[in-house]
Design a protein around this ligand. Structure first.
Ligand SMILES: [Zn+2]
Length: 66
């Protein structure tokens, strides 16, 4: 699979929620690790969301109710 920066941005929330399929996860990781644009993007968002998850732990996330 030829992953792109656009796919990284489009699937970033799924990645952070652990919703990517194994094949997508592999392509995502490979692209992010080799792309100088996506590496800081994913690292930055992961750090921000990690903080938010810690603060929002008490409430179920809206996506789970869909
Ligand atoms: Zn990229």
């Amino acid at each position: 699979m030829n992953w792109t920066c656009e796919q990284t941005e489009a699937r970033l929330s799924d990645y952070l929620d652990g919703l990517l399929h194994p094949a997508e996860q592999t392509s995502f990781d490979f692209h992010v690790n080799t792309c100088e644009r996506c590496t800081p993007l994913v690292a930055g968002v992961s750090r921000v969301l990690g903080t938010l998850h810690t603060l929002a732990q008490v409430e179920p996330r809206p996506q789970l109710l869909d």
